[in-house]
Design a protein around this ligand. Structure first.
Ligand code: FES
Length: 109
């Protein structure tokens, strides 16, 4: 598929992620996180902190916020908005759909 083309990717089973937890998902050389709040409330965003290149999959998830494990920078998982110092640069979020127990994310291929 051409670069820059949007594609829906079958990322994982919903059961692979506990509630209020996060899963790392790599695709085409990029890292994302898939975040599950309660039930089917699922989000996908860039997988590395915008402060330093730290994996957010090791972070804490609570109340639609993910906290970076290194310096406790926080992002809103719904919008990617940077919420607390030392992070100022927002992260990108990606559309998610849950169908038949699977999580599909729409990414640039
Ligand atoms: S690396 Fe995430 S807050 Fe510093």
């Amino acid at each position: 598929m051409e670069k820059g083309h949007l594609a829906e990717i079958n990322a994982c089973a919903i059961d692979e992620i506990d509630e209020e937890d996060v899963l790392r998902f790599d695709h085409n050389g990029r890292t994302y996180v898939i975040i599950r709040m309660m039930g089917d409330d699922i989000y996908c965003m860039d997988g590395q902190c915008s402060h330093e290149q730290v994996h957010l999959c090791d972070g804490l998830v609570m109340d639609h916020v993910i906290e970076c494990p290194k310096h406790n920078g926080r992002f809103d998982v719904r919008t990617g908005k940077a919420l607390a110092a030392p992070v100022y640069e927002h992260l990108k979020t990606y559309p998610v759909q849950v169908r038949e127990g699977r999580v599909f994310v729409t990414l640039e291929n």
